[in-house]
Every structure is written in C-alpha cells, then in structure tokens.
Design a protein around this ligand. Structure first.
Ligand code: DSN
Length: 418
C-alpha cells in the first residue's frame, strides 16, 4: 500500500523536499532554543490522523455537530489527564496555542480596560503579557514589572509596590526568557493583599511542572495556570487553560464560543497521549534531567567566563549576554552557532541598549537536547563548542572543526519519532 508520505512525494515534490530537508536539519543539528522540543512518535501519529477531518465546536456531550463519539472520548481523556497531571480542578484543552489561551483567560475573567500586573517583555515576559505592540496591550491596562537591575531577578518588593499602587484585577507571573524559578507564595500574598486573581503562564516550564521537577502554582493556591503543550511538555502545538472550578464556566465560554470556533481535534488527541506520557516515571526523570543539564551547561559557560543574566539558572534555560561575553550581538552569535548546526535564538536582555532584531544576547535551553538522551558530559561538550565558536566567529578552521564534530556527535542521539 502506498504510504501517506509516498503520496506527498508524488503529489507535491516541493513540499516533500522541504519536509525531508527539515527532518535532516533536526537530525544533524543540536536544538537549543528553550521553547522547542521533539514530540513523541505517537503525537506525530495523532497529528496526521483522521481527527484532522472533524469539526467539534462545543465540549464533550454538548457539540454543535454530529458524529462526536470518538472526539468526545479523546477530549475527555485529555481533560481528565490534564487535571491529574497538574493537580487542578478544571482543564480546557482547546486553545489553539499559547497566545490564544492567554487571551481567553483575560477576556473570560476580566473586562477590557482592567488592570493586569505582569512581567515586561524586555525583562522576560511574553508579548501577551501586555507588550504595547500586542492587541492585549491595547485592550487591557497592563502594568509591567521589571527585574532587579543588580542581579536580574524578580524584585518582589517592587512587584508589591506596583500592586498596591495600581490595584490590579489580576497578578500574572510566568516568562519566556527568565532563567530563575518563581516564588509563588510571594506572588499569591501580593495578589491577596489587593484581591487580585492569580495566574501563571507556565508555557515554557509546563512540562517541568508536570514532571514534578519544578513547583506547581496550584500548590500555592493559584487560580489559573496556562501552558503551551509543545515546549517542555513535548506534545503537539497547542495550549491549555487549567483553573479552579469557580472559573471553569467563564474559561470554557471564553475559549468557545468567545474566542475560537472548531478546536483542532488532531492536536487534542496529541495532548491526550502526551499527558499519558507525562504520568510516567520516565517523564519525571526526563524533567529532572532537563534541569540538571541546564545547570551543567550554564556552569560550563560561566567557567569559561561567559556572562549569564542572573548569573546562572534554576530552570531549563539560560540567557547569555553575548555582547559582554564575546563582543558579539545576539544576531551574530546566533548566526555563528548556526554555522556549526547549534541552534539558539537571539534575545533581548533586561534594559538592552540594542534593538530586538540585533539584541545583546542569546537564549539557550535544554529540553530538546535532553529529549534526545544527552546528559551532563554532553552539556560540557556543548559548552566548550559554544564558547569556542563565539570566541572565534571568523576562524574558519575552528568553525569547520566544530561543525564536523557536531555532525558526528548528533549520530549518537537519534531524534524521537524520526
Ligand atoms: N515563541 C515562544 C518562545 O520562544 O518563548 C513564546 O511564545
């Protein structure tokens, strides 16, 4: 029988060639962008499955289209598993991705114009945390806290002052570029003082919470946690809103029909199988190893005199000030590492004097490398290669040598699902 891939090859050789190229790129390079990962093989199966054919507006047992016996099954499995994994009372697994899930929370629980206290994008927050260029930044009154200029960590005294002054309806923590853990007890105490709803955007570290390697905001009484499903959780591209029961109805109405129409049921099936994986000891070990690897790589870079924002990491990522460490802006650093097939991304650092497309640093993370089975010795090796490349960006002999070594190294670590 002709496989679907063979049909793609015959029908559309251009797209097939790009797909094969991307497969090869993923196999022969080292992925260190902290928000990326390799999903599980069974997730790839669900994404390319018949669930992609189905419209399922509504929720299990209450749909606007017929033929829902199997979509109801998978959505119920996904919701129940999400509740078990994250120890929460309610889960909505329909958001199409990270931005949509955060928008659904603000629009469902607040009124336009309400004040939200959240982390500034340039200090590690996300676009949807109120960046002025985002629609959310225009619709709500975001007050954005910044990090401590001395050590780059969250200044909880300042967050409290901001809360007391601006009386937000919601206090939001979570980040896309911040290498430390969050003190949820402090955030909760601050929010309680002003009667605000507590929300964590755990997009980056949802998998590490699921694997019990990092603290769970619900253990501190948080009201809402959002997470994407494709980063440290290793699932399909998607988002989830997890919350206390008292917010369940407002959240569900906000996701559908408030913000979205038909959910992507192939992704919902992928979320269900991911959350089954997340309950295994193997996944807990993976989450733990992501953190050990991150610390090891950060220490290796720092021993080689690289300057890291906050001087280290507690989570899966580090932010290297490449300008200070190597005299290279983040774009040049990213492009230099691209030459040896080590993929990172340029990143603004707190109070960056440079613009976002040519910022002062890069972000490095370990979820994908760990998913391929790399351990501490491998992280030390990566640290050496990264440091040597960035010290000699123009030295073709060094770049050529490391490129060859990376290619040989990658053969030892098969990409899951490929
Ligand atoms: N694009 C994600 C990241 O790289 O952190 C955030 O949306």
């Amino acid at each position: 029988m002709t496989s679907n891939l063979e049909i793609l090859q015959q029908q559309d050789p251009d797209v097939y060639a790009a797909l094969k190229g991307e497969e090869q790129r993923q196999k022969s390079g080292i992925e260190l962008i902290p928000s990326e990962n390799y999903t599980f093989p069974e997730v790839l199966s669900t994404l390319g499955s018949v669930f992609t054919n189905k419209y399922s507006e509504g929720y299990p047992g209450r749909r606007y289209y017929g033929g829902q016996e199997y979509t109801d099954q998978i959505e119920t499995l996904a919701r129940d598993r999400a509740k078990a994994v994250f120890k929460c009372e309610h889960a909505n697994v329909q958001p199409l991705s990270g931005s949509a899930m955060n928008q659904a929370v603000y629009l469902g629980l607040l009124e336009p114009g309400d004040t939200i206290l959240a982390m500034d994008l340039s200090h590690g927050g996300h676009l949807t945390h109120g960046a002025p260029v985002s629609h959310m930044g225009k619709l709500f009154n975001f007050v954005r806290y910044v990090t401590n200029p001395v050590d780059g960590s969250i200044d909880y005294d300042q967050v409290r002052k901001d809360a007391l002054e601006h009386k937000p309806k919601m206090v939001l923590c979570g980040y896309t570029s911040y290498p430390r853990d969050i003190d949820y007890a402090k955030f909760k105490a601050i929010a309680d003082e002003v009667g605000a709803i507590t929300m964590t955007d755990a997009s980056h570290f949802g998998g590490l919470v699921a694997g019990e390697a990092m603290a769970n905001p619900f253990d501190f009484g948080f009201d809402v946690v959002t997470t994407t499903t494709h980063k440290s959780l290793r699932g399909p591209r998607g988002g989830m809103v997890l919350c206390k029961k008292e917010f369940a109805s407002k959240i569900d109405k906000s996701v559908f029909p408030g913000l979205q129409g038909g959910p992507h049921m192939n992704a919902v099936a992928g979320i269900a199988v991911t959350l089954k994986r997340a309950q295994t000891q193997e996944f807990k070990d993976y989450a733990e190893q992501v953190l050990v690897n991150s610390k090891t790589l950060a220490n290796e870079l720092m021993q080689r005199q690289a300057s890291l924002v906050t001087g280290g990491t507690d989570n899966h990522m580090m932010v290297v000030d490449t300008m200070e460490s190597y005299g290279l802006d983040g774009r040049v650093a990213e492009e230099t590492l691209d030459k040896v097939n080590i993929t990172t991304n340029k990143q603004i650092i707190p109070d960056d004097p440079l613009p976002p497309l040519r910022p002062s640093g890069i972000r490095i993370g370990t979820p994908a490398a760990t998913a391929r089975g790399m351990g501490e010795a491998d992280m030390k090796q990566l640290g050496e290669w990264i440091d040597r490349c960035l010290r000699s960006p123009e030295d073709e002999a060094v770049i050529g040598e490391i490129q060859g070594a990376v290619e040989t190294f990658c053969k030892k670590f098969p990409v899951p699902g490929l």
